[in-house]
Design a protein. Structure first.
Length: 557
């Protein structure tokens, strides 16, 4: 038997909505008074989200002259302005280009140039970065927002004053023709609006890959791709929710595909509330929000769950409303999952996805009630094949590249037919670059990324396995594993460790590894660090550690 697998339940109603704007309209009609989003104590009802996003759409098309298919960049953290701008653009038939607000000028310039964005909506904190590169981009129109713009006149003014003048988080900037977000809404509310005719085949997003494996590329995601993934995920989460209303904790940024699909679009499909947290690194503020609302669901990454589970104030929360905790973005470690379940009483449901698949591909059954160490089963309507370097299906139980086919899979990379051809097999399966294997229980287990694999004396070593073992040591807070050149073995295992207890020694760690790992997998080099480089959703960047390793070796020599 080969390793191909498809979910038996493919009878999903994937054509329920014509577009993402149509999906929002249905929820507005059904739940007008419900809170769709809240942030910093302020709320936005479905009725008000409808009104403001229509005003935004009217301004973009009437005053700025943007046409259906034009690209609009959104560059801001989790604020109420994000869903207003997002749905405004989508309802106008525009293509949303999500931009990480922490991008350097070089990264921002690349993404604006590559996408051909004609307009950008940006938080004023980052306007100075845009100022440096805007002349080299196709951007014609700039809408600038301040963090407090939708928090109400009194609170909003106070928040803006504190950020600008006390915390000094808004560097000086000059963009002479920029328009203020609230002025856009005020003008747009005076204009008539009717949603553009948008079909499932129309592009909704150019969602750029994180760039952890090379230059950032824009995955072309249609309205149909996202709508399919929303229905696929909704169908597997429903059993855990029962009659509970979705109140989703949203510490992950909405410009990231996982939060965009689940914490924004899926929540709105369900008529739920997304609790937007603007700074996930501010753990006390995150915990305060978790205490303030009757949270039923949460998505997060391993590092965030780890930090919360070990925070003394988090353990004091009331978890009686909580139904589902979903982990994605990076592998969930066993030690973190066990600690999370001990504190909350809830299992961490690990899923797997990627930008190119809108993003969800696999998930563990939500009612299983325990950590499996796997990424679970394909979600409904999704096929998975594990393939070797020649594109042939591997034998059951053997590791192979995880390839996926389904209605959520992207159309290709924006203006990169060469890169698109590299990742699609002739039969339509998308090669993910991740190595997985099918377990005896019939679940998929992620082994590692192809390029992260370490070759020690001809033996494959997967960093995830090493990291999982080291994370089980009670004195370890975080760990990252890479391969470094070695004269004797070709490559050797090197680990970077953040201590939980200052007394942890290299000898103790190596002894721990020898107990749990075969000899060639035991790290040859150990480096203790106060922190590890991460993307701003908390995914550890092995690439940065690999890049600095040669420089360190030279310095040591």
């Amino acid at each position: 038997m080969d390793s191909r697998h498809s979910h038996p339940n493919t009878a999903l109603e994937l054509n329920r909505f014509a577009s993402l704007g149509d999906m929002l309209a249905a929820s507005v009609k059904q739940y007008p008074a419900r809170t769709a989003f809240c942030n910093m104590g302020a709320k936005l009802s479905y009725r008000e989200l409808d009104r403001q996003s229509a005003a935004f759409a009217a301004y973009l098309t009437t005053e700025l002259g943007l046409k259906q298919g034009d690209r609009v960049a959104l560059m801001m953290p989790n604020l109420l302005q994000y869903p207003v701008a997002l749905y405004g653009a989508l309802r106008a038939g525009l293509v949303v280009v999500n931009v990480n607000p922490l991008y350097t000028p070089r990264e921002l310039e690349h993404q604006l140039q590559d996408s051909g964005a004609r307009a950008i909506v940006i938080l004023e904190n980052f306007a100075a970065v845009l100022q440096q590169v805007i002349a080299n981009t196709p951007v014609e129109k700039v809408i600038v927002t301040a963090a407090g713009d939708l928090l109400g006149p009194v609170k909003g003014a106070l928040v803006n004053m504190v950020l600008r003048h006390i915390k000094k988080m808004v560097p000086a900037w000059s963009l002479p023709d920029a328009i203020r977000f609230n002025a856009v809404l005020a003008q747009g509310l005076k204009l008539p609006w009717q949603d553009a005719k948008v079909q499932q085949s129309d592009i909704a997003f150019l969602q750029y890959t994180g760039g952890t494996t090379g230059p950032s590329k824009g995955a072309i995601l249609t309205h149909g791709n996202l709508l399919a993934n929303i229905e696929q995920v909704y169908s597997i989460v429903l059993p855990a929710l029962g009659d509970a209303r979705v109140v989703m904790a949203t510490p992950l940024p909405l410009y990231h595909i996982l939060a965009l699909a689940l914490n924004c679009l899926l929540v709105n499909r369900a008529g739920g509330t997304s609790v937007l947290m603007s700074n996930p690194r501010d753990l006390p503020a995150v915990i305060k929000d978790l205490a303030r609302y009757p949270i039923t669901c949460m998505t997060g990454v391993n590092t965030l769950y780890n930090a919360l589970a070990h925070h003394p104030d988090f353990a004091k929360l009331d978890f009686s409303h909580w139904k589902v905790s979903v982990g994605g973005g990076a592998t969930i470690q066993q030690a973190v999952a066990e600690k999370w379940q001990a504190v909350t009483g809830l299992p961490l449901i690990e899923g797997y996805g990627l930008t190119e698949a809108s993003p969800m591909v696999c998930a563990n059954p939500v009612l299983l009630g325990r950590y499996t160490g796997s990424i679970g089963l394909p979600i409904p309507g999704t096929e998975i094949a594990l393939r070797d370097e020649e594109g042939r299906d591997v034998a059951r139980g053997e590791p192979g590249e995880l390839c996926v086919r389904g209605p959520q899979v992207m159309q290709g990379y924006w203006q990169r037919p060469d890169e698109t051809a590299k990742v699609f097999h002739a039969d339509g399966f998308l090669a993910t670059g991740d190595i997985a294997q099918l377990t005896e229980q019939g679940f998929y287990k992620l082994v590692d990324r192809k390029k992260d694999m370490i070759l020690v004396s001809g033996f494959n070593v997967y960093p995830n396995e090493i990291e999982d073992v080291i994370a089980l040591h009670p004195d370890v807070q975080e760990v990252a594993c890479i391969g470094v050149p070695d004269e004797r073995t070709g490559e050797a295992v090197k680990i970077f460790v953040v201590k939980r207890h200052p007394g942890l020694t290299e000898e103790a760690l190596i002894k721990h590894c020898r107990t749990h790992l075969t000899a060639y997998k035991v790290p040859r080099q150990v480096v203790f660090r106060t922190e590890l480089p991460k993307t701003n959703i908390g995914k550890i960047l092995r690439r940065e550690l690999r890049e600095e390793a040669p420089a360190m070796a030279t310095a040591n020599a």
